[in-house]
Design a protein around this ligand. Sequence first.
Ligand code: AMP
Ligand code: TRP
Length: 330
Amino acid sequence: MKFVLSGVKPTGIPTLGNYLGALKNFVRLQNSMKDYEFLIFVADLHAITTYQKPEELKEHIRTVAALYLACGLDLDNLTLFIQSEVHEHVELGYVMQSVAYMGELERMTQYKDKMQKQVQGVTSALFTYPALMAADILLYNATYVPVGDDQVQHLELTRDLATRFNSRYGETFVVPQVLVQKTASRIMDLQNPTRKMDKSAENPKGCIFLTEPLDQIRKKIKAAVTDNDGIVRYDVENKPGISNLMSIYASITEMTFQQIEEKYHECGYGIFKSDLAELVVTEIDKVQKEYDYWINSSELDQILNEGKARASMFARSNMRKIYEKMGLKR
Ligand code: AMP
Ligand code: TRP
């Protein structure tokens, strides 16, 4: 069995960044990688590395699960589950902490950023989180891991940990490969286009949430920060706002930046933004209609139960082998 595996943290309502950078990409990959089984999960144990209100976390876990299905993942080739329901993730997460060095974890930019931003205490779970992420992947010997570009460093660490474990204890893990898309691997905040669009951002104006009213989405796109020269041209350095909008446009239409530049050659930003708003709204409208079905359906629970059972079966068997290699068996 060969696996493609990925997860999303339920720290809020998923954004257009999650959709274009992750969810929609999973659907695309499912269509082109028919020999692989897709293991997709809600990374709830990762969410609690920063404090989550219990009632909100519960709601967000279900929202993320329903959104995965709403985006059109093919159920015939999907194991969808909730991370905390397969307890081997935590077991292997601890094992991975015994393989990871402090120095390696200290170098993770996501940790360094959070450390700088957070006024109150940074938790030890936030620090060790890449070890848990490595465990999520290695537990199933996943071959490919599609992620946005903020996760690439964690994937490199995962590969190092797998290699180190294999050389210490003998060939055990498949060393996974990262899959990053060319466009939309980092959608930026609409109000602050040098920052990643993030579901837990303080200012929701720069962020498009997948479940928000369509009219509000249109407004946010039209109010996106651009520049004063009025030329639709891709130039991340000097025109980060318009370049970000062009990435969104390119990702939805599969047009190249050059084609977009030619199409909007004689237009100002107004027309471009209106067209983009309609493209995004049409796309999200489809997702919302499906979402309304899944979030209220008992079929969602059934899929999650089946996913839990299937993921647990692989996890249990691999965990036994891992402990044996390490001498942790009578
Ligand atoms: P997270 O929301 O951090 O759990 O991320 C879930 C997945 O979405 C990961 O593969 C991220 O790399 C991807 N992702 C998150 N934010 C963005 C963004 N702004 N642009 C592109 N991909 C993203
Ligand atoms: N850390 C990822 C994020 O913040 C989510 C995640 C957790 C993940 N475990 C994973 C992604 C394993 C891919 C594979 O986006």
